[in-house]
Design a protein around this ligand. Structure first.
Ligand SMILES: NC(=O)c1ccc[n+]([C@@H]2O[C@H](COP(=O)([O-])OP(=O)(O)OC[C@H]3O[C@@H](n4cnc5c(N)ncnc54)[C@H](O)[C@@H]3O)[C@@H](O)[C@H]2O)c1
Length: 262
């Protein structure tokens, strides 16, 4: 089967689908023939995707921090669109701050989306997938979950929790035919990445990301470039496909070698 067709007949839920990596995941899945329920806190991006892929992409607003809203949407989706075969947790937030200055609100808001959101969505879909005996879940985490970064303690800890949660879930549902994996991107050119750069200094900031920054103990990117969202989306598309049918509880780093997998 050609790559353009390999997800034909599948229904996928994507969170954080309105822009950046989530939007690229929608393109990757819909481009391979899947029907996609594209969800985001903001309506704008997912509504545009619905127009682009008329009939194949359904747009809905969803706040993944709200467990009741998640359950309601998954229930409605399965009733109106059919059983979900794929779920991709992409919604995420980044608050950069040294621990000494990190507020309770910043810590809680980070975990609310990056960890609790992954729990809410994965619990809801995996229960149904396990009953049917098949399904695939991918959580987009971060390479910051595997290597310490200054100013990113809340983010890194929330992502490390999401990775281990997804692996434990993978173990529980493996006998029921459901696979759970994580994709851990390194620096990827999206609004989240640009949000860490000073306006007017983008070129120098991008160079620092690629070259590394000893003052912040930051390794560079050996492959010499910042990822495009599609680099991450391709890894997601592989993991949800039957080509990865024997892969579960795996954490796939897509970071150009930045963490040296140390
Ligand atoms: N960009 C990077 O360098 C990078 C690196 C590693 C990991 N990641 C991870 O990849 C994922 C996507 O990041 P991105 O760079 O595309 O970010 P982005 O900020 O461009 O997009 C994030 C999306 O998540 C949505 N979102 C935020 N809170 C939400 C909520 N409560 N409910 C539903 N949707 C919500 C936003 O509306 C937005 O559309 C995130 O989980 C992020 O942590 C990004």
């Amino acid at each position: 089967m050609s790559a353009e067709q390999e997800l034909t007949g599948r229904l996928a839920l994507v969170t954080g689908a309105g822009r950046g990596i989530g939007e690229a995941v929608v393109h990757a899945l819909a481009g391979r023939g899947a029907r996609v329920l594209a969800t985001d806190l903001d309506a704008e991006g997912v509504t545009a995707l619905e127009k682009t892929y008329e009939g194949r992409v359904t747009a809905r607003t969803l706040d993944v921090t709200d467990p009741a809203a998640v359950e309601e949407l998954v229930e409605e989706a399965e009733r109106t669109l059919g059983p979900l075969d794929i779920a991709v947790n992409v919604a995420g937030v980044l608050r950069v701050s040294p621990v000494a200055d990190l507020s309770d609100e910043e810590w809680a808001a980070t975990f609310a989306v990056n960890t609790h959101g992954v729990f809410h969505v994965s619990r809801s879909v995996s229960r149904r997938m396990a009953e049917r005996g098949s399904g695939s879940i991918v959580t987009v985490a971060s390479n910051a979950a595997g290597i310490p970064r200054t100013g990113m303690a809340a983010y890194a800890a929330s992502k490390a929790a999401a990775v281990m949660f997804t692996r434990c879930l993978g173990l529980e549902v493996a006998p029921r035919g459901v696979r759970c994996n994580t994709v851990s991107p390194g620096s990827t050119l999206t609004d989240m990445q640009r949000g860490m750069w000073t306006a007017g200094d983008e070129e120098a900031a991008a160079r620092r990301v690629v070259e590394g920054d000893p003052s912040t103990y930051r390794t560079g990117i050996p492959l010499g470039r910042i990822a495009d969202p599609s680099d991450i989306a391709d890894a997601v598309a592989f993991l949800v496909s039957d080509r990865a049918r024997h892969i579960t509880m795996h954490d796939l780093y897509v970071d150009g070698g930045a963490t040296l997998r140390a």
